[in-house]
Design a protein around this ligand. Structure first.
Ligand SMILES: Cc1cc2nc3c(=O)[nH]c(=O)nc-3n(C[C@H](O)[C@H](O)[C@H](O)COP(=O)(O)OP(=O)(O)OC[C@H]3O[C@@H](n4cnc5c(N)ncnc54)[C@H](O)[C@@H]3O)c2cc1C
Length: 549
Protein backbone atom coordinates (compact mmCIF):
# COMPACT_ATOMS: atom_id res chain seq x y z
CA UNK A 1 0.00 0.00 0.00
CA UNK A 2 2.79 2.40 0.99
CA UNK A 3 4.59 1.41 -2.21
CA UNK A 4 1.52 2.21 -4.33
CA UNK A 5 1.25 5.59 -2.63
CA UNK A 6 4.89 6.32 -3.42
CA UNK A 7 4.36 5.47 -7.09
CA UNK A 8 1.32 7.78 -7.16
CA UNK A 9 3.26 10.61 -5.47
CA UNK A 10 6.09 10.15 -7.93
CA UNK A 11 3.68 10.28 -10.90
CA UNK A 12 2.05 13.47 -9.64
CA UNK A 13 5.41 15.10 -8.96
CA UNK A 14 6.46 14.28 -12.54
CA UNK A 15 3.18 15.61 -13.90
CA UNK A 16 3.56 18.80 -11.89
CA UNK A 17 7.08 19.25 -13.24
CA UNK A 18 5.90 18.73 -16.82
CA UNK A 19 3.00 21.14 -16.30
CA UNK A 20 5.31 23.82 -14.95
CA UNK A 21 7.64 23.40 -17.90
CA UNK A 22 4.80 23.66 -20.40
CA UNK A 23 3.41 26.70 -18.66
CA UNK A 24 6.82 28.34 -18.85
CA UNK A 25 6.94 27.60 -22.58
CA UNK A 26 3.48 29.11 -22.96
CA UNK A 27 4.64 32.26 -21.15
CA UNK A 28 7.64 32.40 -23.46
CA UNK A 29 5.42 32.12 -26.55
CA UNK A 30 3.10 34.76 -25.15
CA UNK A 31 5.98 37.13 -24.46
CA UNK A 32 7.44 36.60 -27.92
CA UNK A 33 4.07 37.47 -29.50
CA UNK A 34 3.56 40.43 -27.22
CA UNK A 35 6.97 41.90 -27.89
CA UNK A 36 6.28 41.69 -31.63
CA UNK A 37 3.31 44.02 -31.06
CA UNK A 38 5.11 46.35 -28.64
CA UNK A 39 5.05 49.99 -29.61
CA UNK A 40 2.45 49.49 -32.38
CA UNK A 41 -0.62 51.69 -32.70
CA UNK A 42 -3.30 50.03 -30.56
CA UNK A 43 -6.15 50.51 -33.03
CA UNK A 44 -4.13 48.86 -35.79
CA UNK A 45 -3.54 45.69 -33.75
CA UNK A 46 -6.84 45.53 -31.86
CA UNK A 47 -7.65 42.00 -32.94
CA UNK A 48 -4.28 40.60 -31.88
CA UNK A 49 -4.23 42.57 -28.61
CA UNK A 50 -7.75 41.47 -27.69
CA UNK A 51 -6.78 37.80 -28.03
CA UNK A 52 -3.54 38.29 -26.12
CA UNK A 53 -5.41 40.03 -23.29
CA UNK A 54 -7.52 36.92 -22.75
CA UNK A 55 -4.45 34.71 -22.87
CA UNK A 56 -2.72 36.90 -20.32
CA UNK A 57 -5.76 36.62 -18.05
CA UNK A 58 -5.64 32.82 -18.32
CA UNK A 59 -1.88 32.63 -17.87
CA UNK A 60 -1.93 34.76 -14.72
CA UNK A 61 -4.74 32.62 -13.36
CA UNK A 62 -2.71 29.50 -14.21
CA UNK A 63 0.15 30.74 -12.03
CA UNK A 64 -2.30 31.32 -9.19
CA UNK A 65 -3.75 27.83 -9.62
CA UNK A 66 -0.39 26.09 -9.43
CA UNK A 67 0.39 27.98 -6.25
CA UNK A 68 -3.03 27.01 -4.88
CA UNK A 69 -2.48 23.36 -5.79
CA UNK A 70 0.76 23.44 -3.83
CA UNK A 71 -0.84 24.51 -0.52
CA UNK A 72 -0.68 21.62 1.94
CA UNK A 73 -3.87 19.81 2.91
CA UNK A 74 -5.20 16.23 3.15
CA UNK A 75 -4.20 13.87 0.33
CA UNK A 76 -7.72 13.58 -1.13
CA UNK A 77 -8.25 17.32 -1.18
CA UNK A 78 -4.79 17.91 -2.59
CA UNK A 79 -5.42 15.58 -5.51
CA UNK A 80 -8.76 17.33 -6.15
CA UNK A 81 -6.99 20.70 -6.24
CA UNK A 82 -4.26 19.36 -8.50
CA UNK A 83 -6.75 17.95 -11.01
CA UNK A 84 -8.52 21.31 -11.17
CA UNK A 85 -5.31 23.30 -11.46
CA UNK A 86 -3.87 20.98 -14.13
CA UNK A 87 -7.04 21.21 -16.19
CA UNK A 88 -6.94 25.01 -16.10
CA UNK A 89 -3.28 25.05 -17.14
CA UNK A 90 -3.97 22.60 -19.98
CA UNK A 91 -6.85 24.73 -21.24
CA UNK A 92 -4.70 27.86 -20.98
CA UNK A 93 -1.95 26.32 -23.10
CA UNK A 94 -4.41 24.96 -25.66
CA UNK A 95 -6.25 28.31 -25.89
CA UNK A 96 -3.01 30.24 -26.31
CA UNK A 97 -1.92 27.98 -29.17
CA UNK A 98 -5.33 28.19 -30.84
CA UNK A 99 -5.33 31.99 -30.71
CA UNK A 100 -1.77 32.40 -31.93
CA UNK A 101 -2.13 29.80 -34.69
CA UNK A 102 -5.01 31.79 -36.17
CA UNK A 103 -2.59 34.45 -37.43
CA UNK A 104 1.01 33.51 -36.53
CA UNK A 105 2.70 36.11 -38.71
CA UNK A 106 0.75 38.91 -37.01
CA UNK A 107 2.56 37.86 -33.83
CA UNK A 108 5.90 37.39 -35.57
CA UNK A 109 5.74 33.59 -35.08
CA UNK A 110 6.83 30.78 -37.37
CA UNK A 111 5.95 27.08 -37.50
CA UNK A 112 8.85 26.04 -35.25
CA UNK A 113 7.45 28.25 -32.45
CA UNK A 114 4.58 25.80 -32.16
CA UNK A 115 6.62 22.70 -31.30
CA UNK A 116 3.95 20.18 -30.40
CA UNK A 117 5.78 18.95 -27.28
CA UNK A 118 2.80 19.87 -25.11
CA UNK A 119 0.40 17.57 -26.93
CA UNK A 120 1.18 14.48 -24.88
CA UNK A 121 0.55 16.38 -21.68
CA UNK A 122 -2.73 17.83 -22.95
CA UNK A 123 -3.79 14.35 -24.03
CA UNK A 124 -3.16 13.08 -20.55
CA UNK A 125 -4.93 15.90 -18.67
CA UNK A 126 -7.83 16.31 -21.07
CA UNK A 127 -8.36 12.62 -21.72
CA UNK A 128 -11.91 11.37 -21.49
CA UNK A 129 -10.95 9.34 -18.39
CA UNK A 130 -9.36 12.29 -16.59
CA UNK A 131 -12.26 14.61 -17.30
CA UNK A 132 -14.84 12.03 -16.28
CA UNK A 133 -12.95 11.30 -13.12
CA UNK A 134 -12.82 15.01 -12.23
CA UNK A 135 -16.52 15.36 -13.09
CA UNK A 136 -17.28 12.40 -10.79
CA UNK A 137 -15.26 14.07 -8.10
CA UNK A 138 -17.37 17.24 -8.21
CA UNK A 139 -20.45 15.05 -8.48
CA UNK A 140 -19.59 12.76 -5.58
CA UNK A 141 -18.94 15.74 -3.36
CA UNK A 142 -22.60 16.67 -4.02
CA UNK A 143 -21.46 19.81 -5.74
CA UNK A 144 -18.68 20.36 -3.25
CA UNK A 145 -15.48 22.10 -4.23
CA UNK A 146 -11.84 21.70 -3.36
CA UNK A 147 -10.82 23.60 -0.20
CA UNK A 148 -10.94 27.38 -0.47
CA UNK A 149 -8.20 27.88 2.15
CA UNK A 150 -10.01 30.82 3.71
CA UNK A 151 -9.04 31.51 7.31
CA UNK A 152 -11.46 31.04 10.22
CA UNK A 153 -12.75 34.62 10.13
CA UNK A 154 -13.49 34.64 6.40
CA UNK A 155 -14.94 31.14 6.62
CA UNK A 156 -17.37 32.40 9.25
CA UNK A 157 -18.19 35.36 7.04
CA UNK A 158 -18.97 33.00 4.17
CA UNK A 159 -21.24 30.83 6.30
CA UNK A 160 -23.06 33.82 7.79
CA UNK A 161 -23.80 35.39 4.42
CA UNK A 162 -24.70 32.08 2.84
CA UNK A 163 -27.28 31.52 5.56
CA UNK A 164 -28.69 35.01 5.11
CA UNK A 165 -28.75 34.66 1.32
CA UNK A 166 -30.40 31.20 1.48
CA UNK A 167 -33.02 32.23 4.01
CA UNK A 168 -33.80 35.83 3.09
CA UNK A 169 -32.82 36.41 -0.53
CA UNK A 170 -33.20 33.13 -2.44
CA UNK A 171 -36.91 32.65 -1.58
CA UNK A 172 -37.72 36.08 -3.08
CA UNK A 173 -35.26 36.11 -5.98
CA UNK A 174 -37.49 34.48 -8.58
CA UNK A 175 -40.47 36.70 -7.87
CA UNK A 176 -38.35 39.86 -7.98
CA UNK A 177 -36.93 38.80 -11.34
CA UNK A 178 -40.10 37.66 -13.03
CA UNK A 179 -42.30 40.49 -11.78
CA UNK A 180 -39.54 43.07 -12.24
CA UNK A 181 -40.03 44.22 -8.64
CA UNK A 182 -37.86 46.59 -6.67
CA UNK A 183 -35.73 44.87 -3.99
CA UNK A 184 -37.98 44.57 -0.93
CA UNK A 185 -37.05 46.33 2.30
CA UNK A 186 -36.67 42.99 4.10
CA UNK A 187 -33.52 42.27 2.04
CA UNK A 188 -32.15 45.79 2.34
CA UNK A 189 -32.75 45.76 6.09
CA UNK A 190 -30.87 42.45 6.45
CA UNK A 191 -27.97 43.67 4.33
CA UNK A 192 -27.85 46.84 6.45
CA UNK A 193 -27.86 44.87 9.70
CA UNK A 194 -25.01 42.66 8.51
CA UNK A 195 -22.96 45.79 7.80
CA UNK A 196 -22.54 45.08 4.07
CA UNK A 197 -22.85 48.68 2.97
CA UNK A 198 -19.82 49.48 5.09
CA UNK A 199 -17.52 46.80 3.70
CA UNK A 200 -15.38 49.39 1.90
CA UNK A 201 -15.76 52.13 4.50
CA UNK A 202 -12.94 52.37 7.07
CA UNK A 203 -13.83 51.53 10.67
CA UNK A 204 -13.04 55.09 11.78
CA UNK A 205 -15.98 56.23 9.63
CA UNK A 206 -18.31 53.54 10.93
CA UNK A 207 -17.60 50.85 8.34
CA UNK A 208 -16.14 47.34 8.53
CA UNK A 209 -12.93 47.95 6.57
CA UNK A 210 -9.91 47.96 8.93
CA UNK A 211 -8.37 51.44 9.23
CA UNK A 212 -4.81 50.28 8.71
CA UNK A 213 -5.31 48.19 5.56
CA UNK A 214 -8.08 47.41 3.06
CA UNK A 215 -9.89 44.10 3.45
CA UNK A 216 -10.90 43.32 -0.11
CA UNK A 217 -11.13 39.59 0.61
CA UNK A 218 -14.09 40.15 2.94
CA UNK A 219 -15.86 42.09 0.20
CA UNK A 220 -15.16 39.29 -2.31
CA UNK A 221 -16.49 36.54 -0.03
CA UNK A 222 -19.67 38.45 0.86
CA UNK A 223 -20.34 39.49 -2.74
CA UNK A 224 -20.04 35.93 -3.98
CA UNK A 225 -22.48 34.60 -1.40
CA UNK A 226 -25.09 37.29 -2.04
CA UNK A 227 -24.75 36.88 -5.82
CA UNK A 228 -25.26 33.14 -5.51
CA UNK A 229 -28.77 33.93 -4.28
CA UNK A 230 -29.40 36.81 -6.69
CA UNK A 231 -27.20 39.08 -8.74
CA UNK A 232 -29.79 41.84 -9.05
CA UNK A 233 -31.56 41.60 -5.71
CA UNK A 234 -28.55 41.23 -3.41
CA UNK A 235 -25.11 40.62 -4.94
CA UNK A 236 -24.87 44.05 -6.51
CA UNK A 237 -26.06 46.04 -3.51
CA UNK A 238 -22.50 46.55 -2.28
CA UNK A 239 -21.14 47.81 -5.61
CA UNK A 240 -22.48 51.35 -5.37
CA UNK A 241 -21.41 52.07 -1.76
CA UNK A 242 -18.02 50.60 -2.66
CA UNK A 243 -17.54 52.99 -5.62
CA UNK A 244 -18.90 56.03 -3.79
CA UNK A 245 -16.92 55.50 -0.61
CA UNK A 246 -13.66 54.95 -2.52
CA UNK A 247 -14.26 58.11 -4.57
CA UNK A 248 -14.98 60.16 -1.43
CA UNK A 249 -11.99 58.71 0.40
CA UNK A 250 -9.86 59.68 -2.58
CA UNK A 251 -11.11 63.19 -3.20
CA UNK A 252 -13.59 64.26 -0.54
CA UNK A 253 -12.83 67.06 1.90
CA UNK A 254 -12.65 66.16 5.62
CA UNK A 255 -16.15 67.45 6.22
CA UNK A 256 -17.49 65.44 3.26
CA UNK A 257 -15.84 62.27 4.57
CA UNK A 258 -17.34 62.87 8.02
CA UNK A 259 -20.75 63.59 6.54
CA UNK A 260 -21.03 60.88 3.88
CA UNK A 261 -18.97 57.84 4.85
CA UNK A 262 -20.89 56.90 8.02
CA UNK A 263 -24.16 57.31 6.11
CA UNK A 264 -22.94 55.12 3.24
CA UNK A 265 -21.79 52.49 5.76
CA UNK A 266 -25.26 52.41 7.33
CA UNK A 267 -27.00 52.24 3.99
CA UNK A 268 -28.96 55.36 4.87
CA UNK A 269 -29.34 56.71 2.30
CA UNK A 270 -28.86 54.06 -0.36
CA UNK A 271 -26.62 55.38 -3.12
CA UNK A 272 -26.20 55.22 -6.91
CA UNK A 273 -23.46 56.08 -9.41
CA UNK A 274 -24.16 58.06 -12.56
CA UNK A 275 -21.40 58.24 -15.15
CA UNK A 276 -22.88 56.84 -18.38
CA UNK A 277 -24.78 59.12 -20.77
CA UNK A 278 -26.88 58.42 -23.85
CA UNK A 279 -23.95 59.59 -26.00
CA UNK A 280 -21.05 58.08 -24.07
CA UNK A 281 -20.29 55.03 -21.94
CA UNK A 282 -16.89 53.44 -22.42
CA UNK A 283 -15.29 56.80 -23.18
CA UNK A 284 -15.76 58.31 -19.71
CA UNK A 285 -13.59 61.34 -20.52
CA UNK A 286 -16.27 62.50 -22.99
CA UNK A 287 -19.02 62.84 -20.37
CA UNK A 288 -20.96 65.99 -21.22
CA UNK A 289 -23.65 66.58 -18.56
CA UNK A 290 -23.22 70.31 -17.98
CA UNK A 291 -22.56 71.81 -14.54
CA UNK A 292 -22.71 75.61 -14.54
CA UNK A 293 -21.45 77.69 -11.61
CA UNK A 294 -24.06 79.88 -9.93
CA UNK A 295 -24.11 81.60 -6.56
CA UNK A 296 -23.77 79.00 -3.78
CA UNK A 297 -23.67 76.00 -6.07
CA UNK A 298 -24.07 74.50 -9.53
CA UNK A 299 -26.85 73.90 -12.04
CA UNK A 300 -26.91 70.49 -13.72
CA UNK A 301 -28.34 70.20 -17.23
CA UNK A 302 -28.47 67.18 -19.53
CA UNK A 303 -29.08 63.46 -19.75
CA UNK A 304 -27.62 60.43 -17.99
CA UNK A 305 -28.51 56.79 -18.49
CA UNK A 306 -28.16 53.34 -16.96
CA UNK A 307 -28.02 54.77 -13.46
CA UNK A 308 -28.68 51.62 -11.43
CA UNK A 309 -30.77 52.01 -8.25
CA UNK A 310 -31.38 55.72 -8.98
CA UNK A 311 -34.98 55.35 -7.79
CA UNK A 312 -34.23 53.84 -4.38
CA UNK A 313 -31.12 55.96 -3.89
CA UNK A 314 -31.17 59.04 -1.68
CA UNK A 315 -27.75 60.16 -2.94
CA UNK A 316 -26.38 59.85 -6.47
CA UNK A 317 -22.74 60.39 -7.35
CA UNK A 318 -22.86 62.26 -10.67
CA UNK A 319 -19.96 62.95 -13.02
CA UNK A 320 -20.41 66.27 -14.82
CA UNK A 321 -18.45 68.73 -16.94
CA UNK A 322 -17.56 71.83 -14.95
CA UNK A 323 -14.73 73.11 -17.17
CA UNK A 324 -15.91 72.93 -20.80
CA UNK A 325 -12.82 74.70 -22.15
CA UNK A 326 -10.22 72.48 -20.47
CA UNK A 327 -8.25 69.95 -22.53
CA UNK A 328 -7.59 67.04 -22.33
CA UNK A 329 -11.27 66.38 -21.83
CA UNK A 330 -10.95 64.25 -18.69
CA UNK A 331 -9.51 67.22 -16.78
CA UNK A 332 -12.76 69.15 -17.19
CA UNK A 333 -14.91 66.78 -15.10
CA UNK A 334 -16.06 67.00 -11.47
CA UNK A 335 -18.10 64.77 -9.18
CA UNK A 336 -21.27 65.85 -7.37
CA UNK A 337 -23.56 64.27 -4.83
CA UNK A 338 -27.17 64.77 -5.89
CA UNK A 339 -29.55 64.33 -2.95
CA UNK A 340 -33.13 63.24 -3.56
CA UNK A 341 -35.88 61.27 -1.81
CA UNK A 342 -35.88 57.49 -2.12
CA UNK A 343 -38.56 56.15 -4.44
CA UNK A 344 -39.86 52.60 -5.02
CA UNK A 345 -41.41 53.15 -8.42
CA UNK A 346 -40.14 52.70 -11.95
CA UNK A 347 -40.36 56.46 -12.57
CA UNK A 348 -39.70 59.58 -10.50
CA UNK A 349 -39.57 63.34 -10.73
CA UNK A 350 -37.95 65.47 -8.05
CA UNK A 351 -37.81 69.23 -7.66
CA UNK A 352 -34.66 70.48 -5.97
CA UNK A 353 -35.35 72.83 -3.02
CA UNK A 354 -32.73 75.08 -4.67
CA UNK A 355 -34.56 74.97 -8.01
CA UNK A 356 -34.76 72.74 -11.08
CA UNK A 357 -35.86 69.13 -11.57
CA UNK A 358 -34.44 65.69 -12.13
CA UNK A 359 -36.53 62.91 -13.63
CA UNK A 360 -35.84 59.20 -14.02
CA UNK A 361 -37.41 56.24 -15.82
CA UNK A 362 -36.39 52.60 -15.42
CA UNK A 363 -35.12 50.84 -18.57
CA UNK A 364 -36.64 47.41 -19.23
CA UNK A 365 -33.86 44.82 -19.20
CA UNK A 366 -33.29 41.13 -19.93
CA UNK A 367 -32.14 40.47 -16.41
CA UNK A 368 -30.29 42.08 -13.51
CA UNK A 369 -33.65 43.03 -12.07
CA UNK A 370 -34.43 44.35 -8.62
CA UNK A 371 -32.43 47.57 -8.62
CA UNK A 372 -33.56 48.95 -12.01
CA UNK A 373 -31.29 51.08 -14.14
CA UNK A 374 -32.68 54.52 -15.00
CA UNK A 375 -32.40 56.98 -17.81
CA UNK A 376 -32.37 60.43 -16.23
CA UNK A 377 -32.70 64.05 -17.15
CA UNK A 378 -31.52 67.10 -15.22
CA UNK A 379 -33.02 70.50 -15.91
CA UNK A 380 -31.42 73.47 -14.09
CA UNK A 381 -31.09 71.16 -11.10
CA UNK A 382 -29.38 73.01 -8.24
CA UNK A 383 -26.58 71.29 -6.28
CA UNK A 384 -24.93 73.23 -3.41
CA UNK A 385 -21.15 73.87 -3.41
CA UNK A 386 -20.81 71.55 -0.40
CA UNK A 387 -21.82 68.62 -2.64
CA UNK A 388 -18.96 69.06 -5.11
CA UNK A 389 -16.55 66.25 -4.12
CA UNK A 390 -13.31 67.84 -2.93
CA UNK A 391 -15.10 71.22 -2.91
CA UNK A 392 -13.03 73.86 -4.76
CA UNK A 393 -10.03 71.45 -4.95
CA UNK A 394 -12.23 68.84 -6.61
CA UNK A 395 -12.91 70.93 -9.72
CA UNK A 396 -11.50 69.09 -12.72
CA UNK A 397 -10.58 66.01 -10.65
CA UNK A 398 -13.82 64.07 -11.00
CA UNK A 399 -12.41 61.67 -13.58
CA UNK A 400 -9.63 60.58 -11.23
CA UNK A 401 -11.99 60.16 -8.26
CA UNK A 402 -14.35 58.12 -10.43
CA UNK A 403 -11.54 55.83 -11.58
CA UNK A 404 -10.46 55.36 -7.97
CA UNK A 405 -14.05 54.46 -7.17
CA UNK A 406 -14.11 51.89 -9.95
CA UNK A 407 -10.82 50.31 -8.84
CA UNK A 408 -12.45 47.77 -6.53
CA UNK A 409 -15.48 47.35 -8.78
CA UNK A 410 -13.76 45.04 -11.24
CA UNK A 411 -12.66 42.66 -8.53
CA UNK A 412 -16.13 42.81 -7.08
CA UNK A 413 -17.69 42.03 -10.44
CA UNK A 414 -15.57 38.87 -10.68
CA UNK A 415 -16.92 37.86 -7.29
CA UNK A 416 -20.43 38.54 -8.59
CA UNK A 417 -19.60 36.28 -11.55
CA UNK A 418 -18.38 33.56 -9.18
CA UNK A 419 -21.65 33.70 -7.23
CA UNK A 420 -23.86 33.44 -10.33
CA UNK A 421 -21.73 30.59 -11.71
CA UNK A 422 -21.92 28.74 -8.41
CA UNK A 423 -25.72 28.98 -8.36
CA UNK A 424 -25.93 27.77 -11.98
CA UNK A 425 -23.55 24.90 -11.28
CA UNK A 426 -25.53 23.70 -8.28
CA UNK A 427 -28.81 23.89 -10.20
CA UNK A 428 -27.32 22.00 -13.16
CA UNK A 429 -25.87 19.26 -10.99
CA UNK A 430 -29.16 18.75 -9.14
CA UNK A 431 -31.10 18.59 -12.38
CA UNK A 432 -28.62 16.27 -14.06
CA UNK A 433 -28.81 13.83 -11.13
CA UNK A 434 -32.62 13.75 -11.15
CA UNK A 435 -33.27 13.75 -14.87
CA UNK A 436 -33.06 10.40 -16.70
CA UNK A 437 -32.68 10.10 -20.47
CA UNK A 438 -32.18 6.86 -22.41
CA UNK A 439 -32.40 4.98 -19.14
CA UNK A 440 -29.73 6.72 -17.08
CA UNK A 441 -29.21 10.02 -15.30
CA UNK A 442 -27.95 12.91 -17.38
CA UNK A 443 -25.19 13.35 -14.79
CA UNK A 444 -23.79 9.89 -15.44
CA UNK A 445 -22.91 10.48 -19.11
CA UNK A 446 -19.29 11.23 -20.02
CA UNK A 447 -20.23 14.43 -21.83
CA UNK A 448 -22.07 15.77 -18.79
CA UNK A 449 -19.20 14.77 -16.53
CA UNK A 450 -16.86 16.72 -18.75
CA UNK A 451 -19.16 19.75 -18.47
CA UNK A 452 -19.28 19.39 -14.69
CA UNK A 453 -15.48 19.10 -14.54
CA UNK A 454 -14.95 22.20 -16.64
CA UNK A 455 -17.65 24.26 -14.95
CA UNK A 456 -16.33 23.37 -11.49
CA UNK A 457 -12.82 24.19 -12.63
CA UNK A 458 -13.77 27.62 -14.02
CA UNK A 459 -15.54 28.52 -10.78
CA UNK A 460 -12.57 27.44 -8.68
CA UNK A 461 -10.20 29.45 -10.86
CA UNK A 462 -12.31 32.62 -10.64
CA UNK A 463 -12.64 32.15 -6.88
CA UNK A 464 -8.95 31.54 -6.20
CA UNK A 465 -7.79 34.25 -8.59
CA UNK A 466 -10.23 36.60 -6.84
CA UNK A 467 -8.67 35.86 -3.45
CA UNK A 468 -5.23 36.40 -4.94
CA UNK A 469 -6.14 39.75 -6.56
CA UNK A 470 -7.82 40.87 -3.32
CA UNK A 471 -4.49 40.35 -1.55
CA UNK A 472 -2.65 42.33 -4.22
CA UNK A 473 -5.14 45.19 -4.01
CA UNK A 474 -4.81 45.38 -0.25
CA UNK A 475 -1.08 45.92 -0.79
CA UNK A 476 -1.93 48.84 -3.09
CA UNK A 477 -1.29 46.79 -6.26
CA UNK A 478 -3.29 44.53 -8.58
CA UNK A 479 -5.17 47.06 -10.74
CA UNK A 480 -4.26 45.30 -13.97
CA UNK A 481 -4.85 41.89 -12.41
CA UNK A 482 -8.35 42.99 -11.41
CA UNK A 483 -9.11 43.96 -15.01
CA UNK A 484 -7.71 40.65 -16.29
CA UNK A 485 -9.72 38.71 -13.78
CA UNK A 486 -12.88 40.57 -14.71
CA UNK A 487 -12.34 39.72 -18.37
CA UNK A 488 -11.91 36.03 -17.60
CA UNK A 489 -14.59 35.74 -14.93
CA UNK A 490 -17.34 37.40 -16.96
CA UNK A 491 -16.62 35.24 -20.00
CA UNK A 492 -16.65 32.14 -17.83
CA UNK A 493 -19.93 33.21 -16.23
CA UNK A 494 -21.53 33.34 -19.67
CA UNK A 495 -20.19 29.91 -20.56
CA UNK A 496 -20.99 28.23 -17.24
CA UNK A 497 -24.56 29.57 -17.16
CA UNK A 498 -25.00 28.56 -20.80
CA UNK A 499 -23.93 25.00 -20.07
CA UNK A 500 -26.02 24.89 -16.90
CA UNK A 501 -29.06 25.95 -18.89
CA UNK A 502 -28.24 23.41 -21.60
CA UNK A 503 -28.09 20.59 -19.05
CA UNK A 504 -31.69 21.47 -18.13
CA UNK A 505 -32.82 20.86 -21.74
CA UNK A 506 -36.19 22.50 -22.44
CA UNK A 507 -36.71 23.25 -18.77
CA UNK A 508 -33.68 25.53 -18.89
CA UNK A 509 -35.52 27.79 -21.27
CA UNK A 510 -38.58 28.01 -19.00
CA UNK A 511 -38.79 31.15 -16.91
CA UNK A 512 -39.82 29.00 -13.96
CA UNK A 513 -36.30 27.49 -13.82
CA UNK A 514 -33.91 29.76 -11.90
CA UNK A 515 -31.17 28.74 -14.33
CA UNK A 516 -32.78 30.92 -17.01
CA UNK A 517 -32.32 33.89 -14.65
CA UNK A 518 -28.67 33.01 -14.05
CA UNK A 519 -28.15 32.92 -17.81
CA UNK A 520 -29.58 36.38 -18.50
CA UNK A 521 -28.00 37.86 -15.38
CA UNK A 522 -24.56 36.59 -16.35
CA UNK A 523 -24.81 38.31 -19.71
CA UNK A 524 -24.60 41.79 -18.23
CA UNK A 525 -21.33 41.21 -16.40
CA UNK A 526 -19.07 41.77 -19.39
CA UNK A 527 -20.88 45.01 -20.29
CA UNK A 528 -20.67 47.10 -17.14
CA UNK A 529 -17.75 48.03 -14.84
CA UNK A 530 -15.60 48.31 -17.95
CA UNK A 531 -17.02 46.70 -21.10
CA UNK A 532 -15.02 43.67 -22.21
CA UNK A 533 -13.53 45.36 -25.29
CA UNK A 534 -12.64 48.54 -23.41
CA UNK A 535 -10.87 46.56 -20.71
CA UNK A 536 -9.09 44.23 -23.11
CA UNK A 537 -7.93 47.05 -25.38
CA UNK A 538 -7.66 50.30 -23.47
CA UNK A 539 -6.57 48.93 -20.10
CA UNK A 540 -4.85 45.56 -20.66
CA UNK A 541 -3.91 46.31 -24.29
CA UNK A 542 -2.15 49.51 -23.35
CA UNK A 543 -0.10 47.65 -20.73
CA UNK A 544 0.71 44.91 -23.27
CA UNK A 545 1.97 47.35 -25.85
CA UNK A 546 4.13 49.32 -23.46
CA UNK A 547 5.32 46.20 -21.61
CA UNK A 548 3.99 47.17 -18.17
CA UNK A 549 1.72 44.16 -17.66
C1 LIG B 1 -27.66 46.71 -16.52
C2 LIG B 1 -26.70 47.85 -16.60
C3 LIG B 1 -26.42 48.59 -15.47
C4 LIG B 1 -25.56 49.69 -15.53
N1 LIG B 1 -25.36 50.47 -14.41
C5 LIG B 1 -24.65 51.62 -14.51
C6 LIG B 1 -24.57 52.52 -13.41
O1 LIG B 1 -25.09 52.27 -12.32
N2 LIG B 1 -23.93 53.70 -13.60
C7 LIG B 1 -23.34 54.03 -14.79
O2 LIG B 1 -22.77 55.12 -14.89
N3 LIG B 1 -23.40 53.18 -15.85
C8 LIG B 1 -24.03 51.99 -15.74
N4 LIG B 1 -24.12 51.14 -16.82
C9 LIG B 1 -23.54 51.53 -18.09
C10 LIG B 1 -22.31 50.75 -18.46
O3 LIG B 1 -21.24 51.10 -17.63
C11 LIG B 1 -22.05 51.01 -19.95
O4 LIG B 1 -23.10 50.38 -20.67
C12 LIG B 1 -20.70 50.55 -20.39
O5 LIG B 1 -19.70 51.35 -19.85
C13 LIG B 1 -20.58 50.56 -21.93
O6 LIG B 1 -20.91 51.82 -22.41
P1 LIG B 1 -21.98 51.95 -23.60
O7 LIG B 1 -23.19 51.17 -23.25
O8 LIG B 1 -22.15 53.39 -23.88
O9 LIG B 1 -21.30 51.25 -24.82
P2 LIG B 1 -20.27 51.96 -25.89
O10 LIG B 1 -19.26 52.69 -25.14
O11 LIG B 1 -21.14 52.71 -26.83
O12 LIG B 1 -19.71 50.70 -26.56
C14 LIG B 1 -20.40 49.93 -27.55
C15 LIG B 1 -19.56 48.69 -27.88
O13 LIG B 1 -18.30 49.11 -28.41
C16 LIG B 1 -17.25 48.46 -27.70
N5 LIG B 1 -16.06 49.32 -27.69
C17 LIG B 1 -15.76 50.33 -26.86
N6 LIG B 1 -14.57 50.85 -27.16
C18 LIG B 1 -14.10 50.14 -28.20
C19 LIG B 1 -12.91 50.20 -28.98
N7 LIG B 1 -11.96 51.08 -28.71
N8 LIG B 1 -12.76 49.31 -29.97
C20 LIG B 1 -13.70 48.40 -30.27
N9 LIG B 1 -14.85 48.29 -29.57
C21 LIG B 1 -15.04 49.16 -28.56
C22 LIG B 1 -17.82 48.28 -26.30
O14 LIG B 1 -17.11 47.34 -25.54
C23 LIG B 1 -19.22 47.85 -26.65
O15 LIG B 1 -19.22 46.49 -26.99
C24 LIG B 1 -24.94 50.01 -16.76
C25 LIG B 1 -25.19 49.23 -17.90
C26 LIG B 1 -26.05 48.17 -17.83
C27 LIG B 1 -26.33 47.37 -19.07
Amino acid sequence: MAGELCVLCYRIARLMKAIRQQLESAWYLFEKSRSHLAGKNLDEVQIEVYDLAFSLAELKAANVMLEYAGIDCGAQEKSFKESVAFLHVAETIANLHTRLRLRPSAYGLVASDFEPDHLELLDQIQSSESLQSLGQRFRSEGGGFPPDHLDEEKGLMRRTFRKFADEEVAPLAEQIHREDQTIPDSIIKGVRELGCFGLSVPQRYGGLNPDERDDSLGMVVVTEELSRASLGAAGSLITRPEIMSRAILEGGSDSQKIKWLPKIAKGEPLVAISVTEPGTGSDVASVSLKATKVKGGWLLNGGKTWCTFAGKAGAILVLARTEPEVRPLHRGLSLFVVEKPSNDGHEFLFKSPGGGVVSGKAISTLGYRGMHSFEMFYEDFFVPDANLIGEENGRGNGFYYTMRGFSGGRLQTSARAAGVMQAAFEAALRYAEDRHVFGRSVASYPLTLQKIAKMGTSITVVRQAGYHVAGLMDEGDGQLEASLLKLYACRMAEWVTREALQIHGGMGYAEESPVSRYFVDARVLSIFEGAEETLALRVVGKALLDGTY
